[in-house]
Design a protein around this ligand. Sequence first.
Ligand SMILES: NC(=O)c1ccc[n+]([C@@H]2O[C@H](COP(=O)([O-])OP(=O)(O)OC[C@H]3O[C@@H](n4cnc5c(N)ncnc54)[C@H](OP(=O)(O)O)[C@@H]3O)[C@@H](O)[C@H]2O)c1
Length: 257
Amino acid sequence: MNSTPAPYTVLITGASSGIGHELALRYLQQGARVLVLARSGAQLDLLVKQFPEHCVAIPVDLANVDESQRAGEKINQLVQHLDLVILNAGTCEYVDATQLSRAPFEKVMAVNWWGTVNSLLFCLPLLRKNNSPTMRAQLVGISSMASILPMPRSQAYGASKAAVEYLFNSLRVDLANEAIDITVIRPGFVKTPLTERNDFPMPFALTTAEAADNIVQGIRKRRWLVQFPWQLVWTMNTVALLPLRMQVWLLCKISRT
Ligand SMILES: NC(=O)c1ccc[n+]([C@@H]2O[C@H](COP(=O)([O-])OP(=O)(O)OC[C@H]3O[C@@H](n4cnc5c(N)ncnc54)[C@H](OP(=O)(O)O)[C@@H]3O)[C@@H](O)[C@H]2O)c1
């Protein structure tokens, strides 16, 4: 890493593929120092190879408490503060309601919920240490459009994202007197390794580049909530306004077609 402190220090979890990787590229291309976290060290090393001066790879399983603590200690040795933290690491497992088991709930919550909490434990103190007189620190959480409607087979994934959103929105209340802005991102479908496995149509699916455009712009404007693409935002938010009975009737119809 460059020994001269760069003006902007970013930490991104889940930067080894998909949305997180594209976001890491964007901030590295802008000249920021970027700490990239994920389990696949080899993938992270490719980013470091591309931007040896500005990128640091921290291989870590964020679902694991001890590994996360060790990663936090390492990061504290590397940087004195963080300007922007994007908690993006996530996974998805669909639930079979006819044969319920703990497995998909455990897997999804371990990463999407506990991974977020484990990351927050070392990121928040470093965001608090940002003492820039001109730029407030910023904490960003990646939720999903799935959090706003009871989507079929999404009992684990949707619940994990609703929990993450609640966490961030409630943190915003407790941190109101601190110089930390909080942004929640709700992407629609984005073509990534995560959604490659989906066996259903993904309306208005975006590329990672299109998703990153929306996210970077929303972060720059310090919006509290960033949702995209507009077609899905409009449709899902309109359905969410309907009485629950109508929502369920509509979602049953859609999931049977
Ligand atoms: N794609 C979509 O349509 C969509 C829509 C809404 C929201 N999202 C959210 O966007 C985020 C990124 O998803 P994506 O679509 O870009 O998927 P992706 O390509 O599968 O990326 C997920 C990232 O999370 C990392 N990760 C997973 N488990 C981890 C763990 N235990 N510890 C550390 N890192 C871990 C993965 O790296 P390793 O495997 O190397 O650990 C990878 O870098 C997720 O939170 C997802 O829920 C995606």
